[in-house]
Write a protein that binds this ligand. Sequence first.
Ligand SMILES: [Fe+2]
Ligand SMILES: [Fe+2]
Length: 271
Amino acid sequence: MGHWALEDIPWERFDCSKLDPGIGRIVKAASLVEYNGGAYAHHLCRIFRDDPDFQCAARRWGEEEIQHGRALARWAALADPSYDFAAAFDRFQAGYRIDFDTAASRRGSRSGEMIARCMVEVGTSSYYSALRDGVREPVLREICRNIAADEIRHYKLFYKTLTRCLERDRIGLWQRLRIALGRIAEAEDDELAYAYYAANETSGLYDRRRCTRAYARRALALYRQPHVQQMVAMVFKVVGLAPHGRLARAATQLAWRALRYRTARLARIAA
Ligand SMILES: [Fe+2]
Ligand SMILES: [Fe+2]
């Protein structure tokens, strides 16, 4: 059982006069990525093939991610009744392919895999918090409030599993940092860009750079400093650094400045 269900969302309060331009496009893209969560749960079960307790938690996690996709898709169809989620998801699956059936983690160890999973949850928890705080439409705010709370719980699940894995797969600060930063950099890879394309474009060729920019321009503009501070604290905790120390404060300032610079640059390019 998840912590909330689609029936808990007050769909009748949907207010089209409070739709923010461009938000529908990034919500559609997110609905596809989230709905694909079941495939990754299968991959985690293969990696942790001798750990039935974790497998059970991973399947529950996958179901929650799928529910995120369903809720966002339903909202997107309210905002744009022409949105055909099933067709968009087919396009996404046909164009974005990863071997989810392999039992080998791309991160080299179970600890590495958990660090990468934590980074994804850092990204999603901060993103839905930023979306919740940045949009005016009340139903979307409520959906994002629920999703952000789930994503924090997912982070805690993977962090707890990481501490257990580290007892066997000990990896040091630098390697942890390398995996964490590597996974953060992958946010610019195909997954989100292709989801943006599959959700919003039914003709024309896929252009990763253009789709990455179109998605990032709308998504990054939602972030405020407290969201960045929370992200940095969560990343620091995973790599084994003090989440609220002097270094974390400096990293927050640096990340916030970099984010503002990138947001302004993307806005200039789009103008
Ligand atoms: Fe999610
Ligand atoms: Fe999650």
